[in-house]
Write a protein that binds this ligand. Structure first.
Ligand code: S3P
Length: 197
């Protein structure tokens, strides 16, 4: 192993500094269900040698209940309140890639929290609704919000501009593997002006 490889392994900050163009402590992945937030986020975190945090899993471990249980026992409004609290907790982590839930940015307070957390940048993983819906149907994840596909399509239309406005970078994942999406994010970040440190 070369001296520079040893230096990178012994100092994770050095690795991050080489991959990211500016100082950051958090990358937040947003987008609709099926966008690949968790799969891409896990790969991206490992590439940066950062922690990966999936907001849905974070919420489930905080509450001891699954998301379908929370929806069916207490309703969506209750789930959204828990989601906001879990988000605030997740944003306290440093050197972390955080995969939001598809509905997290619908709430103004959540968007403000993400925008106002220093050294934090959001990335929108985009794809057409039909692609996302098909991907979700192939997954074994129970998503209460997809029970009504027409309502889900309306949610997608409502959320898409919110994802885009929240994010400094949009990556169209419709034709990308998760590995390609990570490359596209890193390349995009290297072309993104950034002033907050
Ligand atoms: C939701 C998306 C899910 C989960 C919950 C509600 C939504 O997360 O938070 O089922 O409203 O879009 P994923 O986007 O990770 O599937």
């Amino acid at each position: 192993m070369s001296a520079s490889q040893q230096e990178i392994l012994s100092k994770p900050e050095t690795l991050t500094a080489r991959v990211l163009p500016f100082p950051l402590r958090r990358l937040v992945l947003t987008g609709f269900m099926g966008a690949g937030k968790s799969t891409v986020g896990r790969l991206l975190a490992s590439r940066l040698d950062w922690e990966f945090l999936d907001l849905d899993n974070h919420l489930e471990s905080r509450t001891g209940a699954t998301i379908p249980e929370l929806f069916s026992l207490h309703g969506e409004a209750h789930f959204r309140r828990l989601e906001s609290t879990a988000l605030a907790s997740a944003l306290g982590r440093s050197r972390a890639v955080i995969a939001l839930g598809g509905g997290t940015p619908e709430d103004l307070t959540n968007r403000l929290l993400i925008e106002q957390t220093p050294s934090t940048l959001a990335v929108f993983l985009d794809a057409p609704f039909s692609t996302l819906f098909d991907r979700c149907m192939l997954q074994e994840i129970s998503r209460p919000v997809l029970a009504d596909p027409v309502a889900a399509a309306l949610r997608f239309e409502r959320r898409r501009p919110l994802y885009a406005r929240l994010s400094r970078l949009t990556v169209d994942t419709s034709m990308l593997t998760a590995e390609d999406a990570v490359e596209a994010i890193l390349a995009g970040l290297n072309q993104t002006p950034y002033s907050r440190s």
